[in-house]
Ligand binder design. Structure first.
Ligand code: ASP
Length: 488
């Protein structure tokens, strides 16, 4: 009897990067992007700022950075392009699909409850860590900042301050005004401004009332929204194929630009003395974010949803890496939806409602960061907060994180609101002088901005991951049992 030939291995060679699984491709390009970005930052720092009479080398470095930014921006724009049609069609189909089964109320209540609880947990972790590590506490007797020094630092970091000012201009004036977007006065404007909170309201209304139309109209509407959704998903898949390139270029450009800026800041005399505190602040925020991401979330997955957290991390890796490089929950949303539906296996009905809502309303990382940042500023001036003032920070961080948009550096708006409100409380208690102390706490805001871009990457990963865990928890409760169907 002749032996049949041994089956030949069809595994492609390792060097064919494009045949790797998507998450490995993205991870690889992130590493390359970080390396290139670092090298570029040093190069630009050594060459000096390219002013009017820039040398050829300076022009080349700036051109290289612009090319990286261009490729990254094209990818980012591609993602943003599909966000609005994807969110609206997903939510409409999800809610209309629930029909009269009264499932909507259950799903909505469960989702909001999950979002509130995890955000609160995240804030408490932030509160605990900032009280434990006290990043803003002075090693000596005198506080690190006082009214004069606060002003001096503000002037020294005037570049950073302009970012604060531009944010302050566009920021909401008080805590409740962040909810103004909830009911938009114009659906077209809501779509053009990517006001997701408003779009969610409109989509929920369409989804609720659609099944009440006459039969032929229901069919028409169903087909209409289904085609928009399927079409957008096809375009999303195409954009995702470029994720490794886009994500790598985004990270390289960010690291190059921010690295160059940080190297320049190192020259600032006043700031260097505060650098230890700023670094400790960044470490505190990162540690707190890690505790939430690697301890709290897996416990929620294992104990409440009864799934294997490792499988979930694997499934969500492309979305987490996209969140890391874009610093935007909104822009990551198409990837999050794709991962949760295709790789985790949560039903479209659940994912389509829970995730778009989460991208706007559920910001665990942002809420945690707001709390750490507000308390850091207070510590810099050597003030102590009473229990009720700390509770006030927790509450305002929770409320403002709901209204903050899922775009880069959005939490700055919320931090301005929290710090301003806290300052009024401290003035009321007589800790800050009402006449001269107005804007005192805000003068320390540029310090927070020094590492903001990198911390934003971390908190966006936490925001997106928590949304995906919410989809699993709610999906399980709604009867999605066949999770993680594919070997990843
Ligand atoms: N960049 C964050 C997000 O998109 C928001 C923030 O914390 O600034 O989720």
């Amino acid at each position: 009897m002749t032996e049949s030939p041994a089956p030949t291995s069809t595994k492609p060679p390792v060097w064919k990067i494009w045949t790797w699984k998507l998450h490995w491709q993205i991870l690889f390009s992130l590493l390359v992007g970080a390396g290139v970005g670092l090298a570029w930052a040093f190069l630009m720092y050594k060459l000096g700022p390219a002013e009017e009479k820039a040398t050829l080398a300076q022009q080349g470095a700036v051109f290289g950075l612009d090319v990286m930014k261009l490729i990254g921006d094209l990818f980012l724009n591609g993602l943003k392009l599909v966000v609005v049609p994807l969110v609206v069609s997903s939510i409409v189909l999800s809610i209309a699909g629930l029909g009269k089964k009264a499932g909507f109320g259950r799903m909505a209540t469960g989702t909001l409850l999950y979002y509130m609880c995890t955000s609160l947990l995240a804030i408490l972790i932030g509160l605990g860590m900032v009280n434990l590590l006290q990043p803003g506490k002075s090693p000596g007797e005198a506080p690190l900042l006082d009214a004069n020094r606060g002003k001096a630092v503000g002037e020294e970091l005037s570049g950073e301050m302009s970012k604060v000012d531009s944010k302050k201009g566009s920021s909401a004036k008080d805590i409740l005004s962040v909810f103004r977007n909830l009911v938009p006065s114009n659906p077209i404007a809501a779509a053009s401004q990517t006001n997701l909170l408003g779009l969610i309201t409109i989509s929920i209304l369409i989804g609720i009332f659609m099944p009440r139309l006459s039969d032929h109209l229901v069919d028409f509407m169903q087909n209409f929204w289904q085609s928009i959704h399927d079409l957008t998903m096809m375009i999303t898949n195409l954009i995702l194929a470029f994720a490794p390139l886009g994500v790598g270029c985004l990270l390289a450009a960010t690291v190059a630009e921010q690295g160059n800026r940080l190297l320049g800041l190192g020259d600032a005399g006043e700031t260097i003395n505060l650098l230890r505190s700023i670094l400790l602040f960044a470490i505190t925020a990162l540690l707190a974010l890690s505790i939430h991401l690697f301890i709290v979330m897996p416990v929620v997955l294992a104990c409440i949803a009864k799934v294997n957290p490792i499988q979930h991390y694997r499934a969500m890796l492309p979305a987490m890496l996209t969140a890391f490089s874009t610093s935007s929950s909104n822009a990551t949303l198409p990837v999050t939806l794709e991962c949760v539906e295709e790789r985790v296996g949560v039903s479209r009905r659940t994912a389509s409602f829970v995730l778009p809502l989460g991208a706007t309303v559920n910001m665990d990382g942002t809420a945690l960061y707001e709390c750490v940042a507000a308390l850091f500023v207070v510590q810099l001036f050597g003030f102590d907060l009473t229990l009720s003032e700390q509770f006030f920070v927790v509450l305002t961080a929770l409320l403002t994180s709901i209204g903050v948009a899922g775009v880069p550096s959005a939490s700055l708006v919320a931090i301005v609101i929290i710090i301003t409100a806290l300052e009024s409380q401290l003035i009321g208690r007589g800790v800050i002088d009402g006449e001269t102390g107005n804007g005192l706490l805000l003068s320390a805001l540029p310090l927070i901005l020094v590492f903001d871009r990198f911390l934003d990457m971390g908190r966006t990963v936490v925001n997106v991951f928590s949304d995906s865990c919410g989809a699993v928890v709610i999906g399980k409760a709604m009867g999605d049992d066949d999770l993680y169907p594919k070997e990843l």
